[in-house]
Design a protein around this ligand. Structure first.
Ligand code: CP
Ligand code: NVA
Length: 333
């Protein structure tokens, strides 16, 4: 890569613990400032005259709205390019599309099916590419999720390289998917343990376990990852119960098979009790949600952080645009 190659955000694995923690803290402080009516000087008009392209090959509510709104708040112009709007995939290759779009804009948010597609786009783009979800990762979601945890749990004294959340335990009950992979990478870096319960045959693939473990190499306090096929086991002593859809976008044909395989994995107050979750346990979900993975009682309860978590996507997008576009990949307070 040339010294002028832009820096991309494809996964939380691309960030050092300090950079990840800094993106979360910056999101928190921008949120506080903007909500009290004071847009920080450093953000005001920071994308003025700049276009932010959003190439979305899949549906989106939160990612689309948060990235468009973030670009506008920073004075930029978001340009939404849905799969039926551009030539990509029908008349034009990913390579040609990346070269052409990146020659005219300042940043590309990309939501694609395969990780190789967003990685290929980044490889040929002359501007930062930010992954807006692929089959392996969802970094903007995980910045928002850690912002939510940071705001909802007591924070211990800590260094720049962490958020002071060490020792918390997340129980992920359901499918091992893109959101879990980046969540586990972020948690490993922040010293937060993750216990995963999936049905047999739906565990985290071996290559992904390696990526998650690599995230903790050399750290004084890396979070631990464990896996089981018994939801109650994962829930034991958990501070946060998390899940996501059992059928991710692109897996619709497997829907029937998955519904059957995931029977018994619904998050309920009874599961939390049976498994022995911590008394003050909270619930998180990246949304969109279906009732099979979590019942209404938990989803709409005071334990549920899902709506602040969704709002935090906006502050995560602002923080990522600041770090990767305004500051050209230098992630600083
Ligand atoms: N959580 C999330 O990425 O939602 P959308 O698919 O609606 O963007
Ligand atoms: N795992 C889900 C997340 C949606 C935000 C999917 O990929 O469809």
């Amino acid at each position: 890569t040339s010294p002028f190659a832009p820096r991309h955000l494809l996964s939380i694995a691309d960030l050092t613990p300090t950079e990840f923690a800094t993106l979360v803290r910056n999101a928190a402080s921008h949120k506080r400032a903007i909500k009290s009516g004071a847009i920080p000087e450093s953000l005001l008009g920071s994308l003025s005259g700049k276009t932010v392209a959003m190439m979305f090959n899949k549906r989106s509510t939160r990612t689309r709205v948060s990235t468009e709104a973030a670009a506008v708040q920073m004075g930029g112009h978001p340009m939404f390019l849905g799969k039926d709007d551009i030539q990509l995939g029908v008349n034009e290759s990913l390579y040609d599309t990346s070269v052409v779009i990146s020659s005219m804009v300042s940043c590309i948010f990309a939501r694609v099916a395969k990780h190789e597609d967003v990685a290929g786009l980044a490889q040929h783009s002359t501007v930062p590419v930010i992954n807006a979800l692929c089959d392996s990762f969802h970094p903007l979601q995980i910045i928002a999720d850690f912002l939510t945890i940071y705001e909802s749990f007591p924070v211990q004294a800590h260094k720049l390289s962490s958020l002071g959340l060490e020792g918390l335990k997340i129980a992920w009950i359901g499918d091992a998917n893109n959101v879990l992979f980046d969540l586990a990478i972020g948690a490993t870096k922040m010293g937060v343990d993750v216990a995963v319960a999936t049905p047999k045959g739906y565990e985290i693939p071996a290559h992904m376990i390696e990526i998650i473990q690599r995230a903790g190499e050399g750290l004084a306090k890396a979070g631990k990852l464990t896996q089981t096929n018994v939801p109650e086991e994962a829930v034991k002593n958990a501070d946060i119960l998390v899940t996501d859809t059992w059928v991710s976008m692109g897996q619709e044909e497997e829907s029937k098979k998955r519904m059957k395989a995931f029977e018994g994995f619904q998050i309920t107050a009874d599961l939390a009790k049976r498994g022995g979750a911590k008394e003050g346990w909270k619930f998180m979900h990246c949304l969109p949600r279906h009732p099979e993975e979590v019942d209404d009682e938990v989803f709409y309860s005071p334990r549920s952080l899902v709506f602040p978590e969704a709002e935090n996507r906006l502050w995560a997008a602002i923080s990522a645009l600041e770090g990767f576009v305004v500051n050209k990949g230098k992630i600083v307070e």
